[in-house]
Design a protein. Structure first.
Length: 278
């Protein structure tokens, strides 16, 4: 349930909806989405099936269609500014992909047909794939669906270009493959930021205070993991906190220290094993 390519061509629809839901802080299996959408290897997934699956996960698929490329880009940007990830039919209605953000005149896209899944397109690059030509009616159109949650979203992911490039880097493949695991562990430690909340500490500031003691203590106790690899785990948590804007309540710092030290020790024992000590 993270950022990895689709194993079969017909699964692009469930993957596209899955990545839209991930942006809304919800993690669902592409296999279950495919069942709800009625995906098949001989037919794939159509917009009706995707709408049924979206409805099951309490989301609405809002259809938008434009005939002119400039109008299509404007409509897409408008939906993204409203906070809605958008699923587009591309490659002449042969494939689905998800657009998750627009920044500095570039679109951040998740495309399950690609090895790295997350990619960056200019408007012209996106339009080339988005354009649909109907030979029967001799018409051109650009078709998309905004995924609008019908529930109160507690936290949304918002990728910047810098963050998208970070996840695209092969050195961060473990983070992209374990995205939901990192998020689920982090949300047990942190909270979504609320406008009226006070006495909050950013995860970045928390690590600035406590990272050194955390990694040193776990490395010394276990004896095998290096400080560098333990720092990488904490760095991945920090990245997730930045993407979803998660913070720590000031009165929960001790709990956060206990939780993170437990996670780091479980990481060390899971990777390297450990003999009984008592």
């Amino acid at each position: 349930m993270s950022f990895y390519p689709q194993p079969y061509k017909y699964q692009c629809g469930p993957f596209a909806l899955k990545y839209a839901l991930v942006m809304l802080g919800r993690f669902e299996s592409e296999n279950q989405i495919g069942i709800k959408a009625g995906s098949t290897w001989w037919y794939g997934t159509d917009e009706i099936g995707l709408a049924k699956a979206a409805k099951f996960y309490n989301c609405k698929m809002k259809y938008f269609r434009r005939e002119k490329p400039d109008d299509a880009i404007k409509a897409l940007i408008e939906q993204l500014k409203n906070g809605y990830p958008c699923i587009l039919s591309v490659d002449n209605w042969e494939h689905w992909l998800t657009v998750v953000n627009y920044q500095q005149r570039k679109f951040i896209v998740t495309d399950s047909s690609l090895d790295k899944v997350i990619t960056i397109y200019t408007p012209n690059q996106l339009l080339k794939r988005w354009k649909y030509y109907d030979e029967d009616d001799d018409e051109i159109s650009y078709d998309g669906y905004a995924i609008i949650p019908q529930y109160k979203v507690t936290t949304k992911a918002k990728f910047t270009l810098e963050q998208a490039r970070f996840v695209m880097d092969s050195r961060n493949q473990k983070l992209s493959n374990k995205w939901d695991s990192y998020f689920n562990d982090l949300i047990a430690i942190c909270h979504p930021r609320h406008a009226n909340a006070t006495h909050l500490i950013s995860f970045r500031d928390f690590l600035r205070r406590y990272e050194k003691v955390l990694v040193k203590q776990v490395a010394n106790w276990h004896g095998t993991p290096t400080l560098r690899e333990l720092k990488k785990v904490l760095s991945n948590f920090q990245f997730m906190a930045d993407v979803y804007d998660l913070v720590i309540h000031a009165d929960e710092q001790k709990k956060a220290l206990i939780d993170l030290s437990s996670i780091l020790m479980m990481y060390a024992c899971g990777k390297y094993g450990m003999d009984e000590i008592y």
